[in-house]
Write a protein that binds this ligand. Structure first.
Ligand code: UDP
Length: 325
């Protein structure tokens, strides 16, 4: 049986990856410090003998007994609201956390895949973004703590690959959505669906002309799985090129939920990228991957998940997510 360590395991992406690797027959060692993650995302796996959970902050030394075949480093706050509230933790997990996990991978002779992001492209001057583009990032802006940590993550990962011959993979994840996103994390999909379910107006930031391209969780997990199993060490974009403006997106959510909410406009956050769309030629060619779930279908599934939440969860303010601080 293969052993895989997944960090950020109680988060949105991490928990879905746990499910996938359990389904593939792996022994999954899940790690999270629960600062933004939630055990309810993985509690269904607790009864399994092939699953174990470690409450640990990977920014400090990481020890795992026994053999490891793979490491997936997915621990990080990942929404603008989170990394504005916990900027130092965001920097540490992307830098020190990555360093610790690369060290662990070297010690265990394991293959490591690190979760990078379309944020390495910043507010891009090239559209759509391909992996050759170096990006347009402000190191000192509010998003810098996330963007630069992830850029450092890529840099040190390639250094371990080149200098130590470590077996590494880098995925650049574009906006992804689906079940288990925190309703109060500020990201646009749970924000709009939550507002519609609570009967509140939808808050579009700026004039809503900024664009995003949304990937359904199952497609994202499949892309990550294929990359891990490939022998490709350069970064690969995984995202759905289906692009929309945020204003159109708000209208789409209103018609999906059948509510008659209004759209209201709020100031655009500083350094909010104007456009984002992945060029996925590389993923198509190298991984034979492309998204299968159109936005209309993925949003329906996400909406069903959010509808199944309790009234209390629905109304929970953005408050107590900073645990263990
Ligand atoms: N956004 C919005 N209203 C909200 C939340 C987000 O208009 O209530 C916008 C945000 O300004 C950005 C886009 O939606 O342009 C996507 O935001 P998100 O935080 O999901 O991710 P980002 O791609 O900015 O990291």
């Amino acid at each position: 049986m293969k052993n895989i360590l997944i960090t950020g395991a109680a988060g949105f992406l991490g928990s879905h990856l746990c499910d996938r690797f359990i389904a593939e027959g792996y022994r999954v060692i899940a790690m999270d410090n629960l600062i933004t993650g939630d055990l309810k995302n993985i509690e269904h796996l607790f009864p399994l003998e092939r699953f174990e959970f470690h409450n640990h902050d990977v920014s400090t030394f990481v020890h795992v007994p026994g053999d490891l075949d793979y490491i997936l480093h997915f621990a990080s706050p990942a929404s603008p609201i989170d990394y504005l509230k916990i900027p130092i933790e965001t920097l540490k997990v992307g830098s020190l956390g990555t360093l610790n996990l690369l060290g662990l991978a070297k010690e265990k002779n394991a293959r490591i895949l690190v979760a990078s992001t379309s944020e390495v492209y910043g507010d891009p001057l090239v559209h759509p973004q391909n992996e050759e583009y170096y990006g347009n990032v402000s190191p000192i802006g509010p998003r810098g703590v996330y963007d630069e940590a992830k850029r450092f993550m890529e840099s040190i990962t390639m250094a371990y690959h080149r200098h130590h011959g470590l077996d590494t993979r880098i995925v650049r994840i574009f906006n992804t959505y689906g079940s288990r996103m925190r309703l109060n994390d500020g990201r646009v999909v749970p924000a709009f669906i939550g507002q519609a379910l609570r009967g509140q107006d939808l808050t579009v930031f700026g004039d809503g002309s900024q664009t995003r391209s949304f990937t359904y969780i199952d497609d994202q997990v499949e892309g990550i799985y294929r990359l891990l199993m490939s022998d490709y060490v350069e970064p690969i974009n995984i995202g759905n090129p289906e692009e929309t403006t945020i204003l159109e997106f708000a209208e789409e959510i209103i018609s999906l939920t059948g509510t008659d909410q209004k759209i209201i406009f709020k100031p655009l956050p500083q350094d909010d990228p104007l456009q984002r769309q992945p060029d996925i030629s590389r993923a198509k060619e190298i991984l034979n991957w492309e998204p299968q779930v159109p936005r209309s279908e993925g949003l329906k599934r996400a909406y069903e998940y959010f509808q199944s939440l309790s009234e209390e969860e629905l109304w929970q303010e953005h408050r107590d997510f900073i645990k263990n601080k």
